[in-house]
Design a binder for this molecule. Structure first.
Ligand code: UFG
Length: 334
């Protein structure tokens, strides 16, 4: 049986596809390439299209024997979602509604979903547990939470089986350097810092140094993208064994401040990486750290690359080799 990966040409999606192929899985990718890169795809069956395209979904589910869907396709920037909520509700909620409707029509009842720590909003405790209140502070988190709830009710009504993986901060790249992280424009901390090391930016802005944290900058829980990929594979296995549905945090349980991340990047790259204090970015909680005990206990997940140095090293290796990401080298493919 094959696994359909929507959004499989994106950052976390493409690493998951690679990981699944290495486990011997048969993988079908559906991606509209709005954010993803054809150059990030290995040798898989690829459909260039949208999850809101009913007919295309019919074709895919009719052509292939798919038992599980891993669903990444979504808009995923917190700040952008505040400015363009309609787009987020359309791509994320309506898109998933169409996908789910078609899955159920074709009797495909297992889904692993790319969810987020943004479903919690301001944490009531650190580390955050899955049973903590979910009160998102932006439309991105709201759309992901709405989808999680849709899955719950579809389980009750139609026997859908689901695993929602609430990632904290994805980082790093394929340890073998085949693929990496490329957003345009870039908004994530580590790739931005590495662009400074590459001479593509003069400095990095630290968004706020007056938070209630030890050094005043925000604290996040960074998790290697290959550890996330492994969690998706384990979630598929879990559902194939009729394991219980639910939501699972994925993080290392250890927080690093923005200033600490920049320092690690200085050590790894050997570049001074100038930084300056800038105003806070709206919607940023001071500290987000995961308890991943549930994923460890129920899915049997264990991070293989918990060290931030390793994540930065893997990211740096890829960025050095691909200073312009996928853009120039894969033009012919896109
Ligand atoms: N930051 C800076 N300067 C920058 C970029 C980021 O100081 O130039 C700070 C941010 O303010 C934040 C931290 O670095 O405190 C990490 O920021 P990222 O943009 O890398 O990541 P976020 O924590 O904002 O968001 C990530 C994912 C979201 C997800 C969220 C869940 O990108 O999709 O984690 O915690 F919702």
């Amino acid at each position: 049986m094959a696994i359909l990966v929507t959004g499989g040409a994106g950052y976390i999606g493409s690493h998951t596809v690679l990981f699944l192929l290495e486990q011997g899985e048969q993988v079908i990718v559906l991606d509209n390439l709005q954010k993803g890169h054809a150059g990030a795809l290995s040798d898989v069956t690829f459909y260039h299209g949208d999850i809101r395209d009913d007919q295309l979904l019919d074709t895919i589910f009719t052509t292939h024997s798919i038992d599980t869907v891993i669903h990444f396709a979504a808009n995923s920037l917190v700040g952008e979602s505040v400015k363009r909520p309609i787009e987020y509700y359309e791509n994320n909620v309506i898109g998933t509604h169409t996908l789910l409707k078609k899955m159920l029509e074709h009797d495909v009842k297992k889904i692993v979903f790319s969810s987020t720590a943004a479903t919690y909003g301001e944490p009531v405790q650190i580390p955050i547990q899955e049973s903590d209140p979910t009160i998102p502070t932006n439309p991105y988190g709201e759309t992901k939470l709405a989808i999680e709830k849709m899955f719950h009710w579809c389980q009750e009504a139609y026997g859908l089986q689901y695993v929602c993986l609430r990632y904290f901060n994805a980082a790093g790249a394929d340890p073998n350097g085949r693929i990496g992280e490329d957003h345009s424009p870039e908004s994530h901390l580590i790739p931005i810092v590495l662009q400074v090391a590459l001479g593509q930016r003069e400095r990095v802005a630290i968004f706020g140094d007056d938070y209630q944290t030890e050094d005043g900058s925000c604290i996040r829980d960074y998790i290697h993208v290959m550890d996330l990929a492994n969690a998706h594979y384990l979630a598929c296995e879990h559902l194939r064994k009729d394991g219980q549905s639910g939501s699972f945090n994925l993080g290392n349980g250890k927080g690093f401040s923005v200033k600490e991340v920049i320092e690690v990047c200085r050590q790894v790259t050997g570049h001074p990486i100038p930084a300056e204090i800038a105003p806070r970015r709206s919607g940023d909680p001071a500290s987000l750290i995961a308890s991943s005990e549930k994923a460890q206990t129920i899915l049997g997940w264990e991070p293989k690359y918990p060290s931030l140095e390793t994540m930065v090293e893997h990211a740096w290796n890829w960025h050095k080799e691909h200073p312009h990401g996928y853009s120039t080298e894969n033009k012919d493919k896109q």
